[in-house]
Each structure stands twice: as C-alpha cells, then as structure tokens.
Design a protein around this ligand. Sequence first.
Ligand code: GTP
Ligand code: SPV
Ligand code: MN
Length: 589
Amino acid sequence: MSTPLEKWVEKQADLMKPKKVYWCDGSEEEAHRLIEIGISQEKINGTPIFIELNHKNWPNAYLHRSHPTDVARTEHLTYVCHPNKEIAGPNNNWMEPVEAKERLKHLSKGCMRGRTMYVLPYMMGHPDSPYSKACIQVTDVSYVAISMRIMTRMTKSVIDKIGNSEDFVKGIHSVGDLDPQKRFIMHFPDEHLVWSIGSGYGGNALLGKKCFSLRIASWLGFKEGWLAEHMIIIGIEDPTGNITYVAAAMPSACGKTNLAMLESVLPGYKIWTIGDDIAWMNIGEDGRLYAINPETGFFGVAPGTSMSTNPNIIRTLKRDMFYPVLFTNTALDTSTNEPWWEGLDGGMPKNLLNWQGRIFNPLSDGKAAHPNSRFTVSITQCPTLSGEFDNPRGVPISAIIFGGRRAKLTPLVFESFNWHHGVFNAARMGSETTAAAIHQVGVVRRDPMAMLPFCGYNMADYFQHWLNIDKRCSNPPKIFFVNWFRTDEVGDFIWPGFKENIRVLKWVIERLIPNKIGARETPIGFIPHFKDLELSGLDISKENIERLFEINPDEWKTELLGVRDFFKQFGNRMPKEIWDEFENLKKRL
Ligand code: GTP
Ligand code: SPV
Ligand code: MN
C-alpha cells in the first residue's frame, strides 16, 4: 500500500516523465555524491551543473552558472492563485487556480525526460517547534537539491514524520527548457502547494524559501494569528553581557545578511546571528513576540562582500566543515581557480572569466560577477551563530527595524511614536529596486515591510493583521527605521555602513531601556540627540552627520503623493488607522 506522499510523487513522475526518481536522504555522503554527478554527468543546456573550485583557499566550494536569462527572481511571472482574486490583492499576480494548474500541467508534460527527479524531504523550522512544517519538493536539478540541503533541515526522517498523512507542504520544480516565455512560479496557498517551472535560480527554485516560508506562510500566519516576515533575527550583546533580540526587515539586496553577521567596531558589543532572511513570529504566553528562523543557511549577495566590509561572512564561507559551499554566477580567477566578485579583497585578478564563463575584458565588459551573484552556505559555519538558533521556542523580540535603500528622504535612523505609527511607517516604506529581481534597478518603489514581492495575500489585510498584533501582544516590540544608503551631491554614500552600523544598533537598544536616553521629536518620529550617538573614531564631518538626519518637509510631501496612490489601489480594504496616520503625518509636516 503506498502512502499519500508516495502517490503524490508517482503522480508527478507520471506527468513529467523523468528517467529516474531518486529519494534524497539528506546525508553528507549523498551531498558529495550529487555534486560529483553535477560535475561529471548532469547538464543543463550542455553546461555542467558544478565546477570544482580551489579547495585549499575555498574549502568544499563549487561554482554554478545559471542560464543567462535566469539570474534573479522574476516577480512578473510569480502568481498567487487564491480562488478569489480579491484575496490575492493588487500586490499579487493572480490566476484562477484551475486554469493555472491546467497551464502548468501543459508546460510540465514530459519536461523531465532524460533527467533525474530528486525527491527532497525537508523541514522548515526546528522539528520540535509547533510551527515547523514538513515539506516535500521534487526537482530535476542537483544544484537545487544541494542548495535545499544547505538551506533547510533535509532528512529522511521527514518522510516518517509525514507517514500516512496528507498534510505536507508540496513543491513541484522543473527547469523545463528555461524559456522565460514558459516560466511560472505559482502558489496555491490553501493547498500548501508551490509549482515552479522554467527557472533554476534562487527564490524561483528553492521552494521552501520565499515561496513557502513567506508567500504561503504569510497567509497561514494571517489565518492563524502569527507573522511570516522578510526579516533577519539577531541578538545584540552589550558590554554588560545583556543580549537584546531584534528583528530587521529590508528589501532584497538592502543589507540584511550583512547586518545579521555584523562585526562590531565598538568594544564590548557583539552580534549573535539567528537568521538572515526570514522570521516566523508568534505571540508567546508572556505577551511578547517570539521569532524563529525557519531556514538553516544563507543565500547571500556576493558583490561587496570582503574581509573589510564583513569578515564574518568571509569566515563563514571559508570555514571548513565538510559542507558544500556554492557560488552562483560569480566570476572565476583562472590562475588560481578561485571565485571572484567586485568588492572582494585585493585587486581585480588578471585572468578572469565572467559570470557566463567568457574571458573578461574590464574595459568593455562591465561587471565580471553578476550583480545578483550569490553564495549558498550552511548557517552552522557562521562563527557568530547564536546558541539560540536551535531553540524551538524562538527568541523574544524587543525591537523591529525596517530599512530601505534611499539616496534621499529618510534619516539614518528614527523611532516610531507607537505601534500603529510604526505599522503605518512600515506600510508606506519605499526603496530603490536592486538586481535581486528582474526589473529596472534603482527606481523607488513602495515596498511595505520589505514584503511587496512576498506577501501571499491582499496587503491591505496584511496591514490590518499587523495593526491587530498589539491587541494580543501586551508587550510589543518598539519599531525603528534605518537607511544606510543616503548619498551626498556626488552620489557617494554618506554613512560608512557595515561594521559602523553597530553605532545605530547601540542607540536602538538604549532607547529600549526606560529613561536611559531622550530623543528629538520630528514630524516623522524620534531621531537621536547627537550626543547619544557613539561617533568617536569615525571620520565623518559634523555637516555630514546633520545631512544624515535632515528631514525635508517638501520631499516628504512629494513622497506622500506616491504613498497615497499606492494605498488607494486597495480601496475600502485599506485600514482606517493607516489613513489616520497618513493624515497625521501630513498635518505635522
Ligand atoms: P537578499 O539576500 O536579497 O534578501 O539581500 P540582503 O538584504 O541580505 O542584502 P545584503 O546584506 O546581501 O547586501 C546587499 C548589498 O548591499 C551588498 O552588495 C552589500 O555589500 C551592500 N550593503 C550591505 N550593507 C551595507 C551598508 O551598510 N552600507 C552599504 N553602503 N552597502 C551595504
Ligand atoms: C531576495 O531576493 O530577497 C533573496 C534572494 O533573498 S532569493 O532567494 O532569490 O529570493
Ligand atoms: Mn531576501
């Protein structure tokens, strides 16, 4: 007698016709075997899946080059298929679920011919956490199988855990023929199903990540009273040894991974890492918000990463724990067989292949590494990993920080007046677009809570859900906003960022201590008294510090025009409290 899981896998094999079905057990031995297969046998469009890198300098590291049209998330091809379009909201592409599945079936017929279908059993969240979820993904690429093993708790025991139950999260993934015209990433939230075809890249293909742990989980959170957020989770240790837990949301490629592994320049301060991309937050019995990281790895942006900007990331990548480390679409130094990207320590190597494997000419070719080139590495290799990472209860969150990428407008840091004001501010957030998704880069768009591409239901309902949290949370976190990316008249960042961001975190945690430090009230919120910001040892003029905190009422009034248009799309569904805060801000400006 076969189980519902076995029947489901069989059904997918019937449709996609792989030459072989292989059930992964998640073992180390298996990971190394699949990498061998990816080096010597498996190919996409004639290209091997993995190239072995220099293991002396980059232990267990392999390079993967994705198809040139498949280098980032594709938001315009991503759908959330609730039965009712209103539930998906104007923030999501929508297709009627029956029609969506017909399309996918049509595109999937025989799409795995000649390939292996890997069956991946994995958990999102610690298995002992009541919020963890047993999941199965099928895929036809070893790169995805290995990536999922790094990013999730992949073990055979998940199959036993599912047993005879129908209740498991389902992911169907095939690269198909990688034709962007036939690419879809579709979500069926009520069925806990994600179906993705035509892309082998990141969030399009690792279906436990954005697809399940954010789009579908946010919908579960809405129905069940919790939050699935695009947030890091860190502990900030101060010189007394006290650790304050903080969650921080920033849009894609706006600094989360770097903040999650920050090395402090201030003596006595230390960051403990729990997560760098996704937080699931529940209200605890004590009325506080508790966060867990459902993932077990980092899928981080390579360009800009170096010993000088973030030594802990480099240490994580180079820590030899026999776990595979993947680089995707970086350049390759052919003299040393090492990965390379813009911003890495040392100069540009002489003999480089660009991310597509072609000889790189710095004068005519632009960037050698793709701007969205990434590393995939196990969180267990992180030297700053918090002892609380594996705590199934999670950690109590005292502050939530929202950040964006804004050349102008928003100050380095400010604090909201209260929960509703903070929710409004997060809902009106804007950020300049980055290379993490395929679209024009560098244009400001509204990105509420850094969740625009990831909220699996109507964002107006999501705002209401956020507003309601403090009704059940007797001790909600304080809400702060940061912007590391303000520029001067020649376009250079004014704030040095990276390690120096600890100075801002110090102010944040001091504001949490009753009566410790005051703050200046402005129309948008509280900003620091300069005397309370630790700036010693920093080479930055007083004038520039003032510019970092400049609040220009005219710029803000213009901003609010865009905010109003964005909110208006949601019609009557938009919570009244959000509009009230909007009017309050307008009056204060
Ligand atoms: P996703 O993985 O897409 O969600 O990105 P992320 O939010 O984790 O961003 P990440 O930390 O990988 O940083 C993205 C880019 O911003 C990288 O090129 C970093 O080098 C750069 N960056 C990160 N923090 C800072 C900072 O404080 N200042 C400046 N100027 N750049 C930063
Ligand atoms: C992001 O875009 O926010 C990422 C990378 O973290 S991906 O997994 O591709 O979504
Ligand atoms: Mn992300």
